[in-house]
Design a protein around this ligand. Structure first.
Ligand SMILES: Cc1cc2nc3c(=O)[nH]c(=O)nc-3n(C[C@H](O)[C@H](O)[C@H](O)COP(=O)(O)O)c2cc1C
Length: 375
């Protein structure tokens, strides 16, 4: 049975409730990993200092969300082999930001991590950030990662069952005012578990990143936000075609259990003042593409299957889950169209992150306000 908590989305004054007032939430999808898509020059880098500057800039521009991916790859898995942990790095960003929500991607089954650890670490970050911290729950889709932790990959749907058990207990620790004990299918147990202080707004923000029915069923019960992909692949036309049904299905599943979930997606924005400059820039990134460093690892994820679907238009390989390419006006047109699919937010990525986030703030954000997508 699901242990139910009140979502911070339903608590007036919580950072999440405030973020949800925006017609289209804006986020940054930080790259804390040394992964290069192209040899075309860029200032982007995995370092904490670079990403700290990005997140501060996004916070100043009024963005609501910051996310990053996390992976556990063996030697050779990243170009330069450096990859910061999103739990620790996004948590640390609480101290250097004011309003932006900081969502740490955590592999909640590896270890196994104990619910008391997650609950205590989460409550601590919740108090440091004043309710701005949350978890992007991922369960691990690559066999090589599970093997690194010393076991065979756990079967796809079983992962969500174990994550459910874990979050029933974590949520209970965040809210229950008495000690309690628990023993279930998971390898951990709790005896007289209790944590205090409790989170400031019911519990930290919960997100999960998924494309499968089991993952969506999990999101319907536990998440405030679902981080989704385009079922049709990276081209904006394919995304606009396939997202409405996908998003409607997610929202309907949540409604069936009496909950509301929001959806976000991560486009890359490639924009210059004129169409010619934009196309030249996009082509330059694409022409100098480096073959994906971790493309060879086995994955059982459903979320990215659209990328292999030849019946849909695919992108240029510029990064992001979908590609938004054009002049500032054309970018806004595409974001307006995306909003019409039912999406609640976008977590933006840029090839050359810091200068292009600045360009977005100067040239695109004012147009988004004019278009009614931003308050
Ligand atoms: C937008 C998005 C971002 C994700 N980010 C990560 C990540 O950073 N690390 C990771 O291990 N898995 C990540 N995942 C994978 C999911 O957590 C999940 O393991 C995968 O999608 C397989 O589950 P599914 O079949 O439910 O989609 C991401 C998935 C999506 C859709």
């Amino acid at each position: 049975m699901t242990y139910e908590t009140v979502s911070p989305a339903d608590i007036p004054g919580s950072p999440l409730a405030n973020a949800l007032k925006q017609p289209l939430m804006l986020g940054v999808f930080l790259n804390l990993q040394d992964i290069r898509l192209s040899t075309f020059p860029t200032t982007s880098t995995w370092t904490f200092d670079y990403n700290a500057e990005v997140v501060r800039k996004a916070d100043d521009l009024g963005f609501e969300l910051a996310f990053s991916r996390t992976q556990w790859l063996p030697k050779g898995g990243y170009d330069g082999e450096a990859s910061l942990d999103a739990f620790v790095a996004l948590g640390a960003m609480a101290a250097i930001t004011k309003n932006i929500l900081l969502i740490s991607t955590i592999h909640v089954l590896y270890g196994p991590i104990h619910p008391l650890h997650l609950a205590k670490y989460g409550a601590t970050l919740d108090h440091i950030s004043k309710g701005r911290w949350g978890i992007n729950i991922v369960t691990g889709h690559r066999a090589v990662e599970h093997e690194m932790f010393g076991w065979d990959r756990i079967e796809h749907d079983t992962r969500y069952e174990l994550a459910s058990e874990l979050f029933d207990v974590v949520q209970r620790l965040w809210t229950d005012t008495e000690n309690f004990s628990f023993e279930g299918k998971s390898p951990w147990k709790v005896h007289n578990g209790y944590i205090t202080p409790k989170p400031l707004f019911g519990r930290p923000v919960l997100v999960n990143a998924t494309g499968s029915e089991a993952g969506i069923a999990f999101a319907a019960k536990y998440s405030d936000i679902v981080f989704i992909t385009s079922p049709g692949g990276a081209h904006i036309d394919s995304a606009l075609e396939t997202l409405p049904t996908h998003i409607a299905n997610i929202k309907a599943q949540a409604a069936r259990v009496g909950r509301t979930v929001r959806t976000v997606i991560n486009p890359v924005i490639v924009s210059r003042d004129t169409e010619r400059e934009t196309i030249e820039y996009a082509n330059a990134i694409s022409r100098n593409a480096i073959k994906g460093a971790f493309a060879g690892y086995d994955s059982d994820a459903h979320a990215w299957r659209g990328r292999g679907d030849a019946s849909h238009k695919q992108g240029l390989g510029l990064g992001g889950n979908i590609e938004i390419i054009g002049t500032p006006e054309q970018v806004v047109e595409q974001l307006v169209a995306l909003k019409k699919t039912g999406i609640d937010g976008v977590q933006l990525g840029f090839y050359d992150f810091l200068p292009e986030l600045g360009y977005f703030g100067d040239r695109i954000l004012p147009l988004l306000k004019q278009a009614g997508l931003r308050l």
